[in-house]
Design a protein around this ligand. Structure first.
Ligand code: SAM
Length: 238
């Protein structure tokens, strides 16, 4: 089976069973699912999680492999992603999740606090890049802790770059910093995308963070399901 791709003035046929076809269908799915806001559909143990299903599966795999003592996540929203981490830590029998958000809405906070996994979750309200917030995060982490970081707050280039610089210090060797929503760069022409995302996106921040910096590598193992909202977003600290 082939599909004909029309992109501006260009047109080409691609066999969907080829490598190119697989990649193309994945890119199409990302675009169409973004347009239809499917990322807002899933829940994790009853709490909405704003992630693509394939990324949820990959996060589960990563958490099980790394077995962190502490997961720091910037960007809480409803708290589903915190629950995902907390549920894996609960099965591992160890660890806590520190969730940072500039605006933790009361109903979301209440749902998190009354959840059976709330004992593994600490919430901090404040901008992820403010000195005060970082100090509180720091106080929640011991030197000996194995730490994994997930950045999913404000997705502007400047904010993500600042977060990368601040939170990279917390990540333990062999663990990861996961940067969500690099997909923005590819969605500028989507009907619900924004032109300014071309330069203002997490992907550019990842590239600038890694440029000239040793000790980190992009681990594409966790993008192998092809559809992802965090392409090149799994950064391993070597
Ligand atoms: C995409 S949502 C997070 C989704 C969540 N991680 C999940 O997977 O369900 C982004 C969140 O980032 C928060 N946010 C925006 N700017 C922020 C900042 N400067 N510092 C911390 N959180 C911020 C917003 O309030 C919002 O709740």
């Amino acid at each position: 089976m082939k599909i004909r791709v029309l992109d501006g003035d260009e047109s080409k046929e691609v066999d969907i069973y080829s490598e190119e076809g697989l990649s193309l269908v994945a890119r199409l799915w990302e675009r169409v699912s973004f347009h239809n806001r499917l990322v807002y559909e899933p829940t994790w143990l009853g709490i909405p999680i704003i992630q693509l299903s394939s990324d949820i599966v990959m996060m589960q795999e990563l958490l099980w492999k790394v077995r962190p003592d502490v997961v720091i996540e910037t960007g809480v929203a409803h708290g589903g992603s915190l629950m995902l981490s907390a549920s894996i830590l609960e099965l591992l029998g160890n660890g806590k999740v520190i969730g940072v958000d500039i605006d933790i809405r009361k109903p979301n906070e209440a749902a998190i606090r009354k959840h059976p996994l709330s004992k593994r979750i600490e919430l901090i309200q404040g901008s992820s890049t403010s000195e005060d917030t970082v100090r509180v995060v720091q106080n929640g982490v011991k030197k000996s802790d194995k730490v994994l970081v997930i950045l999913d707050s404000n997705h502007s280039y400047g904010h993500v770059l600042k977060e990368l610089e601040i939170y990279s210090r917390f990540v333990s060797r062999g663990s990861y910093m996961v940067v969500m929503d690099g997909i923005q760069e590819m969605l500028t022409s989507n009907p619900t995308g924004k032109k300014e995302w071309k330069d203002d996106n997490p992907m550019r921040a990842i590239r600038d963070f890694l440029r000239g910096r040793s000790g980190w590598e992009v681990d594409r193992t966790y993008n192998r399901l092809k559809t992802t909202y965090c392409p090149d977003g799994f950064l391993k600290k070597l």
